[in-house]
Design a protein around this ligand. Structure first.
Ligand SMILES: [Zn+2]
Length: 418
């Protein structure tokens, strides 16, 4: 059924050209929300769309950029896209590939005079990556109604104290009008996001592409361990209540619980620790830490938490420390839509690749979009599983594969959806 194929040379050039925006001297890309490079990337995209698609760009109140190619029926658009911001010193594929591939798909439809029943819209979301405003997947979070105006107006940059309101204004949005950006059920027929895998599962299986069946749930606890700060010289070993050793033991017990599950789709991390008073000659009296669990199965998460409680009890008893736990995030997993997944799987079959379904271990805009429209994701292999670093890379032949698979999936959805 495939009538046209993507122009891989053009897509490769666009990836390279956009990667120059925000390039630093370490070879990475700094394109954080609201930065000069964010503004420049927006200008680059708008100029490209204007010149090559001759379609108007609509910037919504949270500064997401939308471009829409008309369909022949009066039905809601199918949206494709991702984000153009990067982590500090990030790579050139995370986000940008999804936006530029969406652009390529619309361009190839246009060049081949392919009419679609649905309008096909490209989106580049605002501020997907974590940033100093402490809010990730910002653009899709706002349009899906997960965060309201009052909350947004209160958000400040934790590094320099500037407001999110000013930041969004600088990139073309307006928090006062945030209500207008909301997507209601029925406004969009479907959403597909192409993204690099950012893990090793595809490279280890020697596969190029996969569809995503679920975006991981994230659970976090703030844990405080209270011991007894005392002189590091005069307190004998048996008299100590060392809060940091309690934290170390808890972390190792947590690792064992996770490893015993023998699953590549459940992970956990203690990535933040703060030690008080944090002095060389004082026994640590208190430790604050953040513990995180990622899984698509709530039952497994409950199980880990239960086992962790047993271990925490043991540590408290054996070390004489106190462990206080508080849940600070319990973001549920987001299964992707069956219809969109099926179309993506057929797209993958159409290019002669094996169908593979993966859990996305990272959060994505598609998780928010699934709340307002049927959504799916297509992953492409990351060389060595690397991402969020300058060496993040994907083989160009794999980009060609994912592009043609996504084109086919898009055309299937266009035929099948109302
Ligand atoms: Zn991304």
């Amino acid at each position: 059924m495939l009538h046209s194929k993507i122009n891989i040379n053009r897509l490769e050039k666009n990836l390279k050209d956009l990667s120059a925006v925000g390039k630093n001297d370490k070879g990475g890309i700094d394109r954080a929300l609201g930065s000069e490079a964010d503004r420049e990337a927006r200008k680059w995209l708008m100029a490209y769309w204007d010149k090559n698609l001759e379609l108007p760009v609509k910037t919504d109140a949270i500064a997401n950029m939308w471009v829409e190619r008309a369909g022949i029926e009066g039905i809601a658009p199918i949206v494709i896209g991702s984000h153009h911001d990067t982590v500090p010193n990030g790579g050139m594929y995370d986000g940008a590939l999804g936006v530029l591939l969406a652009t390529e798909l619309v361009q190839i439809l246009e060049e081949n005079n392919v009419t679609t029943r649905h309008p096909i819209a490209i989106v580049s979301f605002t501020g997907e990556e974590p940033n100093p405003f402490n809010v990730s997947t910002l653009g899709s979070r706002v349009v899906s109604g997960r965060v309201g105006k009052e909350e947004l107006l209160g958000i400040k940059n934790i590094e320099d104290g500037t407001t999110l309101k000013d930041c969004i204004e600088k990139i073309g949005g307006d928090l006062e009008k945030i209500q207008d950006a909301l997507i209601k059920t029925g406004d969009i027929s479907a959403f597909i996001e192409c993204h690099i895998e950012q893990g090793r599962r595809l490279v280890d299986a020697n596969q190029a592409v996969a569809s995503v069946n679920c975006i991981i749930g994230i659970y976090r606890e703030n844990i405080t361990i209270i011991g007894d700060a005392n002189h590091a010289g005069t307190t004998v070993m048996r008299d100590r209540q060392d809060a940091l050793l309690g934290a170390c033991e808890l972390n190792l017990a947590f690792e064992k619980i996770l490893k015993d599950l023998e699953s590549d789709e459940v992970v956990g991390t203690i990535g933040y620790l703060s030690v008080f008073p944090n002095a060389a000659n004082i026994i640590p009296g208190e430790v604050e830490l953040v513990l995180e669990i990622r899984t698509c199965e709530p039952q497994i998460k409950e199980d880990i938490v239960r086992k962790l409680s047993i271990e925490a009890e043991k540590i408290m008893k054996n070390r004489g420390v106190k462990i206080i736990r508080k849940v600070n995030l319990d973001q549920r997993e987001m299964p992707m839509d069956e219809t969109v997944m099926k179309a993506i799987n057929k797209g993958i079959e159409s290019i002669g690749e094996p169908v593979r379904e993966l859990v996305s271990m990272a959060g994505h805009d598609a998780a928010n979009m699934q709340r307002v429209t049927q959504s799916g994701m297509i992953f492409v292999q990351s060389i060595d599983g690397k991402s969020h670093c300058p060496t993040e890379k994907t083989h160009i032949k794999d980009i060609e594969k994912v592009g043609n698979a996504m084109l086919e999936a898009l055309l299937i959805l266009d035929r099948e959806l109302d």
